[in-house]
Design a protein around this ligand. Structure first.
Ligand code: KIV
Length: 270
């Protein structure tokens, strides 16, 4: 079982692997493949629940999907991604929502999309025994404020702010930091400045690990972000299977004799 301490102790020449998963079958596949961390991302909203953004995702949805993932996971660290406005508004509510992920869903840690408002709460959660993964750069829950899903930290001032926030979250006790959609040289410098591991998505090769959304990796997403790569074509496989089923039923090929039986003891019912 991977722990937050194992991640912190990862050697510089070892890459940390992290993928999202949202249900038991795919979590089992990711875990069996030896991926270090499974993130039950709030990308659940787009990837599974059919929302246009992550904003509508609820605490209950993340709790339920995290529990399914945790039931199927033996080795990977399971991290629950806290949804928009479920943290950072009111301290006791934040603690209750994050605590539910560990108490009721068997998560090992939570992830917060971070900013100046999450430094204190990160410290409080860590004090209470809830490990926190921080997340800086593009934080999709701020899409309305950012005006889209654009690259962050692209000038010296904003890159410096990211570095300051990264060190503040490390000091607050975060055990790892996700850096999303930031220039590779900014991610490299933040990684260099921190002792905790950084895990990049669209942040170049010099972070301590990489994370992607599973639907993109599988080849199941409608749109794949420019910094991601499809490592499979699951959509084509699924479409092929569904079409073969439809054709077989329509042609009478399915069900065949071996898929059903007659009960000899039953004669005419009427
Ligand atoms: O929700 C998510 O999938 C994420 C990853 C992209 C890091 O936050």
């Amino acid at each position: 079982m991977t722990t937050v301490r194992d991640l912190a102790a990862t050697d510089d020449d070892e890459e940390i692997t992290m993928l999202t998963a949202y249900d038991a079958p795919t979590a089992g596949i990711v875990d069996d493949a030896g991926v270090d961390v499974i993130l039950v991302g709030d990308s659940l909203g787009n990837a599974v629940l059919g929302y246009d953004s992550t904003l509508p995702v609820t605490v209950e949805e993340i709790r339920s999907h995290t529990a399914a993932v945790a039931r199927a996971t033996d080795d990977a660290l399971v991290v629950a991604d806290m949804p928009f406005l479920s943290y950072g508004v009111d301290e006791s509510e934040t603690i209750e929502h994050c605590g539910r992920m560990l108490k009721e869903a068997d998560a090992n840690a939570v992830k917060l999309e971070s900013g100046p408002h999450t430094v204190e709460v990160t410290e409080r959660l860590v004090d209470l025994g809830i490990p926190v993964m921080a997340h800086l750069g593009l934080t999709p829950q701020r899409v309305n404020q950012l005006g889209g899903y654009s690259r962050q930290g692209t000038d010296e001032e904003s890159a410096g702010e990211l570095l300051d926030l990264a060190t503040a979250h490390e000091a607050a006790g975060a055990f790892a930091l996700v850096l999303e959609h930031v220039p590779a040289n900014v991610a490299a410098q933040i990684t260099e400045a921190l002792d905790i591991p950084t895990i990049g998505i669209g942040a170049g090769p010099d972070t301590d690990g990489q994370v992607l959304v599973l639907n993109d990796v599988f080849g199941l997403s409608d749109r794949t972000p420019p910094f991601s790569t499809q490592f499979g074509d699951v959509r084509a496989e699924m479409e092929g299977a569904v079409e073969r089923f439809r054709d077989a039923v329509e042609s009478g090929e399915f069900p065949a004799d071996e898929h059903s039986y007659d009960e000899d003891a039953i004669d005419d019912l009427y």
